[in-house]
Design a protein around this ligand. Structure first.
Ligand code: C5P
Length: 262
């Protein structure tokens, strides 16, 4: 079942991709310990104004039912479970996610070529078996909570930017649709991976909001100017005094921003 807001943005591999201006750029991260709070917020959101992201906390607590509910309500749902496992296991999980009718799923690029290829094939086969458009399959490069010192500590000496670039190239080689990356790397990744490759950037903070645990933060406008296609925003919206007004203000600001293309 295609959701009303999906349009032709999905199934966007290759040069035939077109960007639909009305597609929401903001993905609201529904990160709540109580699933009812996540669904209560989603109930107030308009699928034309934002996509939504279901992460590990909501999925582990409440399972796939909230995902189905969100898909049925017309939301573009990013199921952010960041799979990273042996190829067969990661691919099976991706296939199961694709059958839920979500719009976007992700795996860790550091799972390697065989895992990325297996995930790609499994998503396409599952979507075709269910007569659905495949969800965008994107790869996490470097978590935006990690800075260069954190990376050195876990044996990655090249630094966040170089590592993100290397992982993004691998993901593109394996036919993934895009990557999750910091907006700090978006411009370099855009140059390296071309105009069709989707860049999804978390680590977004409004000028006035707290940094929380995000180390490499950027404002929504700066992220889109740097080339981000979609921006993931959690706490600055979900914890705002008025989440809907905050989202509306971000959308108003973004409507004036021309996306950067290196
Ligand atoms: O509340 P906040 O805006 O920091 O939420 C960011 C969301 O994006 C969280 O759900 C987090 O899991 C996710 N994310 C991230 N960094 C990545 C990938 C996803 O922060 N590299």
């Amino acid at each position: 079942m295609d959701t009303p807001s999906q349009g032709s943005e999905i199934g966007n591999r290759g040069s035939e991709a077109t960007v639909i201006n009305s597609e929401p750029r903001v993905i609201v991260a529904l990160d709540f310990s109580n699933p009812m709070h996540a669904l209560a917020l989603a109930h107030r959101l308009d699928p034309r104004e934002c996509a939504v992201k279901v992460g590990k906390e909501l999925f582990v607590t409440a399972g796939p039912e909230p995902v189905r509910w969100l898909v049925d309500r017309g939301f573009n749902v990013f199921l952010d479970l960041k799979f990273h496992d042996i190829p067969n296991t990661a691919a099976s999980a991706c296939a199961a996610a694709a059958r839920l009718g979500v719009w976007m799923i992700d795996v860790h690029a550091s799972g390697g070529r065989a895992m990325l290829r297996a995930a790609r094939d499994a998503v396409d086969a599952a979507a075709s078996g269910a007569a659905r458009t495949p969800p965008m399959l994107i790869a996490v490069t470097v978590l935006t909570s990690l800075d260069d010192a954190d990376l050195r500590e876990i044996g990655h000496a090249s630094g966040a930017k170089a590592e993100a670039l290397q992982l993004a190239r691998l993901a593109r080689d394996c036919d993934l649709d895009g990557v999750v990356c910091s907006a700090h790397e978006a411009s370099a990744l855009r140059t390296a991976c071309g105009p069709v490759f989707r860049l999804v950037t978390p680590g977004i903070r409004l000028a006035e909001s707290a940094q929380d645990d995000q180390a490499r933060i950027v404002t929504p406008e700066a992220a889109v100017r740097a080339g981000a296609d979609f921006i993931v925003i959690g706490r600055p919206i979900t914890q705002a005094a008025d989440p809907l007004a905050t989202l509306a203000e971000i959308n108003r600001t973004l409507a004036k921003v021309k996306k950067g293309r290196a």
